[in-house]
Design a protein around this ligand. Structure first.
Ligand code: ASP
Length: 342
Protein backbone atom coordinates (compact mmCIF):
# COMPACT_ATOMS: atom_id res chain seq x y z
CA UNK A 1 0.00 0.00 0.00
CA UNK A 2 2.85 2.36 1.03
CA UNK A 3 4.72 1.59 -2.22
CA UNK A 4 1.58 2.18 -4.19
CA UNK A 5 1.21 5.65 -2.64
CA UNK A 6 4.80 6.70 -3.14
CA UNK A 7 4.66 5.54 -6.79
CA UNK A 8 1.41 7.47 -7.16
CA UNK A 9 2.84 10.69 -5.68
CA UNK A 10 5.97 10.27 -7.82
CA UNK A 11 3.86 10.05 -10.99
CA UNK A 12 1.80 12.99 -9.80
CA UNK A 13 4.94 15.12 -9.24
CA UNK A 14 6.31 14.22 -12.68
CA UNK A 15 2.97 15.08 -14.24
CA UNK A 16 2.88 18.49 -12.54
CA UNK A 17 6.51 19.15 -13.56
CA UNK A 18 5.76 18.27 -17.19
CA UNK A 19 2.85 20.69 -17.17
CA UNK A 20 4.97 23.47 -15.63
CA UNK A 21 7.86 22.90 -18.05
CA UNK A 22 5.64 22.77 -21.13
CA UNK A 23 3.79 25.87 -19.94
CA UNK A 24 7.13 27.69 -19.57
CA UNK A 25 8.37 26.45 -22.94
CA UNK A 26 5.13 27.63 -24.45
CA UNK A 27 5.48 31.03 -22.82
CA UNK A 28 9.06 31.24 -24.05
CA UNK A 29 7.94 30.56 -27.61
CA UNK A 30 4.97 32.92 -27.43
CA UNK A 31 5.24 35.80 -29.84
CA UNK A 32 5.97 39.21 -28.39
CA UNK A 33 6.85 42.49 -29.99
CA UNK A 34 7.25 46.22 -29.61
CA UNK A 35 7.09 49.28 -31.87
CA UNK A 36 7.97 52.87 -30.98
CA UNK A 37 7.35 56.23 -32.65
CA UNK A 38 8.87 59.63 -32.02
CA UNK A 39 6.40 61.76 -33.97
CA UNK A 40 5.39 62.33 -37.59
CA UNK A 41 5.50 65.47 -39.72
CA UNK A 42 7.48 67.33 -42.33
CA UNK A 43 10.70 65.56 -41.49
CA UNK A 44 13.00 65.99 -44.49
CA UNK A 45 16.54 64.72 -44.88
CA UNK A 46 17.43 68.15 -46.27
CA UNK A 47 16.51 69.75 -42.90
CA UNK A 48 18.43 67.22 -40.86
CA UNK A 49 22.08 67.05 -39.83
CA UNK A 50 23.83 63.68 -39.56
CA UNK A 51 24.48 64.46 -35.86
CA UNK A 52 20.80 65.07 -35.11
CA UNK A 53 19.82 62.00 -37.09
CA UNK A 54 22.23 59.96 -35.00
CA UNK A 55 20.93 61.42 -31.73
CA UNK A 56 17.35 60.48 -32.63
CA UNK A 57 18.40 57.06 -33.76
CA UNK A 58 20.39 56.38 -30.58
CA UNK A 59 17.60 57.50 -28.26
CA UNK A 60 14.96 55.45 -30.10
CA UNK A 61 17.30 52.44 -29.97
CA UNK A 62 17.91 52.89 -26.25
CA UNK A 63 14.17 53.17 -25.57
CA UNK A 64 13.00 50.23 -27.66
CA UNK A 65 15.82 48.02 -26.34
CA UNK A 66 14.74 48.74 -22.76
CA UNK A 67 11.15 47.80 -23.63
CA UNK A 68 12.23 44.70 -25.55
CA UNK A 69 14.30 43.44 -22.59
CA UNK A 70 11.27 43.71 -20.31
CA UNK A 71 9.17 41.67 -22.75
CA UNK A 72 11.92 39.12 -23.35
CA UNK A 73 12.12 38.53 -19.60
CA UNK A 74 8.36 37.88 -19.51
CA UNK A 75 7.47 41.36 -18.24
CA UNK A 76 4.14 42.96 -19.12
CA UNK A 77 3.40 45.05 -22.18
CA UNK A 78 2.23 47.85 -19.86
CA UNK A 79 5.60 47.92 -18.06
CA UNK A 80 7.48 47.83 -21.37
CA UNK A 81 5.42 50.64 -22.91
CA UNK A 82 5.69 52.85 -19.82
CA UNK A 83 9.45 52.35 -19.63
CA UNK A 84 9.94 53.22 -23.32
CA UNK A 85 7.88 56.39 -22.97
CA UNK A 86 9.70 57.40 -19.76
CA UNK A 87 13.04 57.28 -21.60
CA UNK A 88 11.72 59.40 -24.47
CA UNK A 89 9.97 61.84 -22.09
CA UNK A 90 13.28 62.39 -20.31
CA UNK A 91 15.05 63.21 -23.59
CA UNK A 92 14.94 66.85 -24.77
CA UNK A 93 14.80 65.64 -28.39
CA UNK A 94 11.12 64.74 -28.31
CA UNK A 95 7.91 66.72 -27.86
CA UNK A 96 7.01 64.93 -24.62
CA UNK A 97 8.12 65.55 -21.06
CA UNK A 98 11.37 67.58 -21.19
CA UNK A 99 11.55 69.25 -24.59
CA UNK A 100 7.77 69.63 -24.99
CA UNK A 101 6.56 72.41 -27.28
CA UNK A 102 5.33 75.74 -25.85
CA UNK A 103 1.78 77.06 -25.75
CA UNK A 104 0.92 80.58 -26.94
CA UNK A 105 1.17 81.68 -23.28
CA UNK A 106 4.73 80.34 -23.05
CA UNK A 107 3.85 77.35 -20.87
CA UNK A 108 4.29 73.60 -21.46
CA UNK A 109 1.05 71.63 -21.15
CA UNK A 110 1.41 67.89 -21.45
CA UNK A 111 -1.03 65.15 -22.48
CA UNK A 112 -0.59 61.37 -22.16
CA UNK A 113 -2.56 58.13 -22.21
CA UNK A 114 -2.04 54.44 -21.61
CA UNK A 115 -4.38 51.50 -22.27
CA UNK A 116 -4.38 47.87 -21.21
CA UNK A 117 -5.68 45.60 -24.00
CA UNK A 118 -6.53 42.79 -21.59
CA UNK A 119 -8.98 44.66 -19.36
CA UNK A 120 -9.75 47.63 -21.66
CA UNK A 121 -8.80 49.80 -18.70
CA UNK A 122 -7.28 53.14 -19.62
CA UNK A 123 -5.79 56.19 -17.94
CA UNK A 124 -5.04 59.63 -19.37
CA UNK A 125 -4.02 63.15 -18.37
CA UNK A 126 -4.46 66.43 -20.21
CA UNK A 127 -2.80 69.83 -19.79
CA UNK A 128 -0.51 68.97 -16.88
CA UNK A 129 2.33 71.45 -16.23
CA UNK A 130 4.45 69.95 -13.47
CA UNK A 131 4.53 66.21 -14.15
CA UNK A 132 7.98 64.96 -15.21
CA UNK A 133 6.60 61.75 -16.72
CA UNK A 134 2.96 62.23 -17.74
CA UNK A 135 2.69 58.61 -18.93
CA UNK A 136 3.33 57.39 -15.38
CA UNK A 137 0.59 59.68 -14.11
CA UNK A 138 -1.73 58.31 -16.82
CA UNK A 139 -0.97 54.81 -15.55
CA UNK A 140 -1.65 55.95 -11.99
CA UNK A 141 -5.04 57.29 -13.13
CA UNK A 142 -5.77 53.90 -14.71
CA UNK A 143 -4.68 51.86 -11.72
CA UNK A 144 -5.45 54.05 -8.73
CA UNK A 145 -8.56 56.01 -9.61
CA UNK A 146 -11.97 55.09 -10.92
CA UNK A 147 -11.64 57.63 -13.74
CA UNK A 148 -10.10 57.58 -17.19
CA UNK A 149 -9.10 61.18 -17.95
CA UNK A 150 -7.95 63.83 -15.46
CA UNK A 151 -6.93 67.32 -16.55
CA UNK A 152 -4.98 70.36 -15.33
CA UNK A 153 -4.74 71.23 -11.63
CA UNK A 154 -7.01 68.33 -10.64
CA UNK A 155 -4.70 65.82 -12.29
CA UNK A 156 -1.75 67.35 -10.43
CA UNK A 157 -3.59 67.22 -7.10
CA UNK A 158 -4.29 63.54 -7.77
CA UNK A 159 -0.57 63.06 -8.54
CA UNK A 160 0.47 64.73 -5.26
CA UNK A 161 -2.08 62.79 -3.23
CA UNK A 162 -0.64 59.58 -4.63
CA UNK A 163 2.93 60.50 -3.79
CA UNK A 164 4.15 61.63 -7.20
CA UNK A 165 6.72 64.40 -7.09
CA UNK A 166 5.98 67.54 -9.12
CA UNK A 167 8.72 69.42 -11.01
CA UNK A 168 8.99 73.19 -11.57
CA UNK A 169 7.60 74.42 -14.90
CA UNK A 170 11.10 75.43 -16.06
CA UNK A 171 12.16 71.78 -16.11
CA UNK A 172 10.49 71.32 -19.53
CA UNK A 173 12.09 74.33 -21.24
CA UNK A 174 14.47 73.87 -24.16
CA UNK A 175 15.78 76.72 -26.32
CA UNK A 176 14.90 74.85 -29.53
CA UNK A 177 11.21 74.66 -28.61
CA UNK A 178 11.21 78.28 -27.35
CA UNK A 179 12.53 79.41 -30.73
CA UNK A 180 9.86 77.33 -32.49
CA UNK A 181 7.20 79.24 -30.55
CA UNK A 182 8.72 82.61 -31.55
CA UNK A 183 8.82 81.47 -35.20
CA UNK A 184 5.21 80.27 -35.07
CA UNK A 185 4.07 83.58 -33.56
CA UNK A 186 5.96 85.61 -36.17
CA UNK A 187 4.42 83.54 -38.96
CA UNK A 188 0.97 83.96 -37.44
CA UNK A 189 1.44 87.75 -37.19
CA UNK A 190 2.52 88.12 -40.78
CA UNK A 191 -0.39 85.99 -41.96
CA UNK A 192 -2.80 88.05 -39.86
CA UNK A 193 -1.58 91.21 -41.59
CA UNK A 194 -2.39 89.53 -44.90
CA UNK A 195 -5.74 88.50 -43.40
CA UNK A 196 -4.81 84.84 -43.63
CA UNK A 197 -4.76 82.16 -40.95
CA UNK A 198 -2.16 79.55 -40.19
CA UNK A 199 -3.54 76.14 -41.22
CA UNK A 200 -3.92 73.80 -38.29
CA UNK A 201 -1.40 71.29 -39.60
CA UNK A 202 1.26 73.90 -40.27
CA UNK A 203 2.04 74.30 -36.60
CA UNK A 204 5.36 72.79 -35.61
CA UNK A 205 4.87 69.95 -33.19
CA UNK A 206 7.01 67.02 -34.22
CA UNK A 207 8.21 64.62 -31.61
CA UNK A 208 5.18 63.13 -29.87
CA UNK A 209 6.20 59.71 -28.57
CA UNK A 210 4.30 56.43 -28.59
CA UNK A 211 4.76 52.75 -27.96
CA UNK A 212 2.69 49.64 -28.64
CA UNK A 213 3.67 46.26 -27.23
CA UNK A 214 2.58 42.62 -27.10
CA UNK A 215 3.87 40.53 -24.19
CA UNK A 216 4.41 36.79 -23.91
CA UNK A 217 1.05 36.36 -22.17
CA UNK A 218 -0.69 37.74 -25.25
CA UNK A 219 -1.54 41.09 -23.66
CA UNK A 220 -1.40 44.28 -25.72
CA UNK A 221 -0.72 47.81 -24.44
CA UNK A 222 -0.58 51.24 -26.06
CA UNK A 223 0.98 54.42 -24.64
CA UNK A 224 1.35 57.95 -26.04
CA UNK A 225 2.81 61.16 -24.57
CA UNK A 226 3.04 64.67 -26.04
CA UNK A 227 3.38 68.39 -25.47
CA UNK A 228 0.71 68.87 -28.15
CA UNK A 229 1.07 71.56 -30.82
CA UNK A 230 3.30 74.63 -30.71
CA UNK A 231 1.41 77.87 -29.99
CA UNK A 232 -1.73 76.03 -28.80
CA UNK A 233 -4.25 78.10 -26.81
CA UNK A 234 -7.27 77.99 -24.58
CA UNK A 235 -6.48 74.69 -22.91
CA UNK A 236 -6.34 72.88 -26.24
CA UNK A 237 -6.08 69.10 -25.85
CA UNK A 238 -5.19 66.87 -28.80
CA UNK A 239 -5.86 63.26 -29.67
CA UNK A 240 -3.14 61.72 -27.48
CA UNK A 241 -5.16 61.42 -24.22
CA UNK A 242 -8.45 60.72 -26.02
CA UNK A 243 -8.93 56.97 -25.81
CA UNK A 244 -9.84 55.67 -29.25
CA UNK A 245 -8.41 58.71 -31.07
CA UNK A 246 -4.65 58.78 -30.35
CA UNK A 247 -4.33 55.72 -28.13
CA UNK A 248 -6.15 52.37 -28.02
CA UNK A 249 -5.47 48.73 -27.11
CA UNK A 250 -7.68 45.65 -27.24
CA UNK A 251 -6.36 42.10 -26.89
CA UNK A 252 -8.85 40.81 -29.43
CA UNK A 253 -7.48 43.11 -32.17
CA UNK A 254 -4.48 45.42 -31.78
CA UNK A 255 -2.75 48.26 -29.94
CA UNK A 256 -2.38 51.66 -31.64
CA UNK A 257 -0.51 54.88 -30.86
CA UNK A 258 -0.95 57.87 -33.17
CA UNK A 259 0.93 61.05 -34.01
CA UNK A 260 -0.09 63.97 -36.19
CA UNK A 261 -2.42 66.96 -36.01
CA UNK A 262 -4.66 65.82 -33.19
CA UNK A 263 -7.86 67.55 -34.29
CA UNK A 264 -8.09 65.28 -37.35
CA UNK A 265 -7.27 62.18 -35.34
CA UNK A 266 -10.07 62.98 -32.91
CA UNK A 267 -12.55 63.58 -35.76
CA UNK A 268 -11.56 60.34 -37.51
CA UNK A 269 -11.40 58.39 -34.21
CA UNK A 270 -8.27 56.87 -35.69
CA UNK A 271 -6.99 54.36 -33.14
CA UNK A 272 -10.36 52.75 -32.42
CA UNK A 273 -11.28 52.78 -36.09
CA UNK A 274 -8.25 50.61 -36.89
CA UNK A 275 -9.28 48.15 -34.18
CA UNK A 276 -12.91 48.19 -35.40
CA UNK A 277 -11.90 47.44 -39.00
CA UNK A 278 -10.05 44.39 -37.71
CA UNK A 279 -12.87 43.33 -35.42
CA UNK A 280 -15.86 43.85 -37.70
CA UNK A 281 -14.36 43.57 -41.16
CA UNK A 282 -11.67 40.99 -40.49
CA UNK A 283 -8.90 43.18 -41.89
CA UNK A 284 -5.25 42.57 -41.03
CA UNK A 285 -3.51 45.19 -38.88
CA UNK A 286 -1.67 46.48 -41.96
CA UNK A 287 -4.84 46.76 -44.05
CA UNK A 288 -6.77 48.46 -41.24
CA UNK A 289 -4.00 50.94 -40.40
CA UNK A 290 -3.46 51.77 -44.09
CA UNK A 291 -7.17 52.26 -44.66
CA UNK A 292 -7.44 54.83 -41.87
CA UNK A 293 -4.10 56.66 -42.28
CA UNK A 294 -3.72 56.59 -46.07
CA UNK A 295 -7.36 56.80 -47.13
CA UNK A 296 -9.73 58.09 -44.46
CA UNK A 297 -7.49 60.76 -42.87
CA UNK A 298 -6.37 62.45 -46.11
CA UNK A 299 -10.03 62.96 -47.04
CA UNK A 300 -10.27 65.48 -44.19
CA UNK A 301 -6.68 66.73 -44.72
CA UNK A 302 -5.46 64.88 -41.63
CA UNK A 303 -1.69 64.52 -41.51
CA UNK A 304 0.28 62.04 -39.42
CA UNK A 305 0.75 58.35 -38.81
CA UNK A 306 0.32 55.47 -36.40
CA UNK A 307 2.18 52.48 -35.07
CA UNK A 308 0.14 49.34 -34.48
CA UNK A 309 0.72 45.74 -33.38
CA UNK A 310 -1.79 42.89 -33.40
CA UNK A 311 -2.22 40.02 -30.95
CA UNK A 312 0.14 37.80 -32.99
CA UNK A 313 2.93 40.36 -33.16
CA UNK A 314 2.31 41.62 -36.73
CA UNK A 315 3.09 45.31 -37.00
CA UNK A 316 2.12 48.29 -39.17
CA UNK A 317 3.58 51.81 -39.27
CA UNK A 318 1.81 53.84 -41.99
CA UNK A 319 2.14 57.64 -42.17
CA UNK A 320 1.02 60.19 -44.76
CA UNK A 321 3.65 62.83 -43.94
CA UNK A 322 7.22 63.03 -45.26
CA UNK A 323 8.59 61.30 -42.20
CA UNK A 324 7.90 59.58 -38.91
CA UNK A 325 10.54 58.67 -36.34
CA UNK A 326 9.95 54.97 -35.73
CA UNK A 327 11.66 51.84 -34.46
CA UNK A 328 10.82 48.15 -34.31
CA UNK A 329 12.59 44.85 -33.68
CA UNK A 330 12.97 42.55 -36.68
CA UNK A 331 12.63 38.74 -36.67
CA UNK A 332 16.30 38.28 -35.75
CA UNK A 333 15.93 40.52 -32.71
CA UNK A 334 17.71 43.52 -34.29
CA UNK A 335 16.55 47.09 -33.75
CA UNK A 336 15.51 48.87 -36.94
CA UNK A 337 15.19 52.67 -36.82
CA UNK A 338 13.67 54.65 -39.67
CA UNK A 339 12.89 58.32 -40.13
CA UNK A 340 11.91 59.09 -43.71
CA UNK A 341 9.59 57.53 -46.27
CA UNK A 342 11.05 54.40 -47.83
N1 ASP B 1 -1.03 64.37 -31.91
C1 ASP B 1 -0.39 65.39 -31.14
C2 ASP B 1 -1.42 66.45 -30.81
O1 ASP B 1 -2.14 66.87 -31.69
C3 ASP B 1 0.76 66.04 -31.81
C4 ASP B 1 1.67 65.15 -32.62
O2 ASP B 1 1.54 63.96 -32.62
O3 ASP B 1 2.57 65.65 -33.28
O4 ASP B 1 -1.44 66.89 -29.71
Amino acid sequence: MKNYFSAYSCVKTIFVLVIIISFNLNAQNSPFGIVVHGGAGTILKSNMTPELEQQYSEKLTEAITAGYEILKNSGTSLDAAEKVINILEDSPLFNAGKGAVFTNAGTNELDAAIMDGKTLKAGAVGGVKHIKNPISLARMVMEQSKHVLLTGDGAETFAKENGMELVPAEYFRTERRWKQLQDAKAKEDSLKQKKGALPLNDEQKYGTVGCVALDKSGNLAAATSTGGTTNKRWGRVGDTPIIGAGTYANNSTCAVSATGTGEFFIRAVVAHDISALMEYKGMSVQQAADEVVMNKLPKINGDGGVIAIDNKGNIAMPFNTSGMYRAYIDNDGNVVVKIYKE
